[in-house]
Design a protein around this ligand. Structure first.
Ligand code: UT7
Length: 349
């Protein structure tokens, strides 16, 4: 069976740098607190009106496609991972297809939050292995800045997140020594609400105001936003940070070891681990637990914050651009986040 290789990779981050100090304008926080608890020094925020999740994805995709030596018209499938789409529907995949003037190819959106890119890559890998597609564009992009609670109430979440995009082109290879070796996907919905944004969503028993409801309210529930929902932070991401942290430091090492064990490899064989950039403390804990050297782990959360579905491809791209990944290197991508969902991909570059 064919293997999939990353034939091209690109990233895009907005030019607007927001430091920890900049956030003091909006909330009661400090540079010391943010750096000590998360490692983050600054993040990027997209332009309020001119940049969207899709436009950032397009910029990253252009680079990935060019580096793969192909054109947008050669792409035969799009997988777009995001939790912050331009529209509630349709998804960003079709918006990217339109913006890049691609053929009438399939476009799939993946909503798996922090592990979204690794899930999307795994889906792409299956299509390549079966021979169904030859050039799949996989994008992870987020515009978090549009929907965070910038009051002190939301500071545990808002200081962490940043905007950006990463993309890869996945292609088949006949080279038995290269490509994705295995993928490992997991979920546990037991704690779905401890890292969640509840609205808009069909869960809500919020009634439409009288003047808009043309039916018996007892029969049909309709989604709408009220001031009370904003007052109760129901329209912002909510997170029990310590609970997420505790689970992350268990599941990250587990899913990395699962990938290595499945391929009869050890941590010492690993050239580079790209962990989802959730919190530098989590990445350091994982490094320590797996006894990895500094050279074996790549982190850039200090500059970009947590960009959710974009964090793994942005970090992978940056590491590659810095010459930290060479052909034949054993690279592991690993992610954990809301859901909970977690995942890893192990590959020979
Ligand atoms: O990528 C998705 C997955 N997400 C994660 O993996 C995140 C995992 N969790 C974390 O990274 C950490 O839990 C946080 C960075 C979110 C929070 O750090 P923490 O050390 O767990 O802090 P905490 O939530 O336990 O809060 C400790 C204190 C509280 O004050 P009191 O109650 O001790 O007086 C918070 O109110 O820190 C306060 N606090 C802040 N203070 C200044 C919370 N956020 C801030 C802030 N600035 N931004």
């Amino acid at each position: 069976m064919k293997r999939s290789i990353i034939a091209g990779i690109g990233k895009y981050v907005p030019s607007n740098v927001v430091t920890n100090k900049d956030l003091l304008k909006y909330m009661d926080t400090s540079d010391e607190w943010i750096q000590e608890r998360t490692g983050i020094k600054e993040r990027r925020y997209a332009h309020r009106t001119e940049e969207t999740t899709t436009t950032m994805g397009v910029e990253a995709a252009k680079i990935a496609i060019e580096r793969a030596g192909i054109t947008p018209q050669d792409i035969d499938f799009i997988i777009f991972a995001t939790l912050s789409p331009d529209y509630y529907f349709p998804g960003c995949g079709v918006l990217l297809q339109r913006a890049m003037k691609m053929k009438e190819i399939g476009a799939l959106d993946v909503r798996n939050q922090c592990s979204g890119f690794v899930y999307a890559l795994t889906v792409a890998d299956q299509f390549i292995k079966t021979g169904m597609y030859k050039n799949i564009l996989v994008v992870g992009a987020e515009k978090h800045s549009f929907g965070l609670d910038f009051s002190t109430r939301g500071r545990n979440v808002s200081v962490i997140f940043g905007d950006g995009a990463g993309a890869v082109v996945l292609q088949p290879t006949e080279d038995a020594n290269r490509g994705i070796l295995s993928n490992h996907l997991h979920s546990d919905g037991e704690s779905a609400e401890i890292l969640a944004m509840f609205n808009p969503g069909t869960h809500a028993n919020h009634w439409m105001p009288e003047q808009y409801a043309s039916f018996d309210k007892a029969e049909i529930g309709q989604m709408f936003f009220s001031h009370a929902m904003i007052d109760e932070a129901q329209v912002f991401p909510n997170m029990d940070g310590p609970a997420v942290f505790k689970k992350a430091v268990v599941k990250f090492p587990e899913v990395i070891m699962e990938a290595l064990t499945a391929n009869n490899l050890q941590t010492t064989d690993l050239n580079l681990l790209i962990p989802h950039q959730a919190n530098l403390r989590i990445a350091q804990f994982v490094q320590q637990k797996l006894k990895l050297t500094d050279d074996q782990v790549y982190n850039n959360i200090q500059q970009y914050g947590n960009t959710t579905a974009a964090s793994v491809p942005i970090a992978l791209c940056e590491a590659w651009e810095k010459g930290k990944i060479k052909e034949g290197d054993l690279v592991c991508l690993a992610a954990f986040g809301s859901g909970f969902t977690w995942a890893s991909s192990l590959m020979r570059w």
